[in-house]
Design a protein around this ligand. Structure first.
Ligand code: DX5
Ligand code: ZN
Length: 238
């Protein structure tokens, strides 16, 4: 099967003083989507940007905007990101189940769960869709992909984390590959994105495993030739 690879640029590695220029660079380079990493300093040990900046991003690009919500209580903010103009809203599975003992309190990372409450997350998936947006779900490297099984018919987009979230520029964790293969083996035929440590060395294996969306922050934005980076990733074939 041959399919087009979608490259999604995470602005986390862009110059925040020149966001409009960064978005123009993405468009010039053939990037397909913009990935906005929203962090609250609670779900992850970093604070980045919220709906206000997402609205500005929306205003300065025609590309679809995906918001990756690394925040506690995402249901409180889904409407705000939808109203800010996000096209894809991605929530973390770890917000819908009991946290493992090692990460139950503030300051213990990464957040991980073994099972999630399908009814609770399906409510938010439907809420995102009711706003006319694509509903995405993501999971941290330590959370088993099997917990997504009850959602596969309803979710539009699955983002497999290949680093523990919080920062760009981390090393790719190969455990993501088995998760992608498992999702495809279940017959999931919508977007599977991979986020964290995507580069020339890791991307071919990610695509071979069955992912069709590559998210990149540092590899693209810190490159001397971002256009060549985008073209290289887009040229990969399943
Ligand atoms: C990590 C973020 C990623 C990150 C990717 O918490 O969710 O989107 O920006 O950065 P790179 O591509 O540099 O690994
Ligand atoms: Zn991300």
């Amino acid at each position: 099967m041959s399919q087009n690879i979608i490259v999604s640029a995470s602005i986390l590695s862009a110059d925040f003083g020149k966001i409009a220029e960064a978005l123009q660079l993405c468009e010039r380079s053939g990037i397909d989507r913009i990935h906005v990493d929203v962090m609250d300093g609670h779900f992850v040990p970093n604070i980045t940007i919220g709906a206000v900046v997402t609205q500005a991003v929306r205003a300065y690009t025609k590309l679809p905007v995906a918001t990756h919500l690394m925040i506690e209580n995402p249901w409180d903010y889904v409407d705000a990101f939808a109203d800010a103009g996000a096209d894809i809203i991605i929530v973390h599975a770890e917000c819908y189940g009991e946290r493992r003992a090692a990460c139950q309190v503030y300051g213990q990372y990464p957040k991980e769960v073994d099972v999630i409450d399908p009814g609770k997350i399906l409510r938010d998936i439907r809420r995102i869709k009711a706003k006319g947006k694509q509903a995405g779900v993501t999971l941290n490297p330590g959370t088993p992909v099997t917990c997504l099984l009850p959602l596969l018919n309803d979710v539009d987009h699955i983002l497999v984390m290949s680093v523990n979230p919080g920062f760009s520029g981390q090393k790719f964790m190969p455990s993501a590959l088995d998760k992608i293969k498992w999702l495809r083996a279940q017959g999931f035929n919508k977007d599977i994105a991979v986020d964290g440590g995507v580069n020339a060395a890791t991307a071919p294996g990610i695509v071979k495993a069955g992912a069709n969306v590559l998210v990149t922050a540092s590899y693209f934005f810190l490159s001397h030739d971002p256009k060549a980076v985008a073209e290289g990733l887009k040229s990969l074939v399943v």
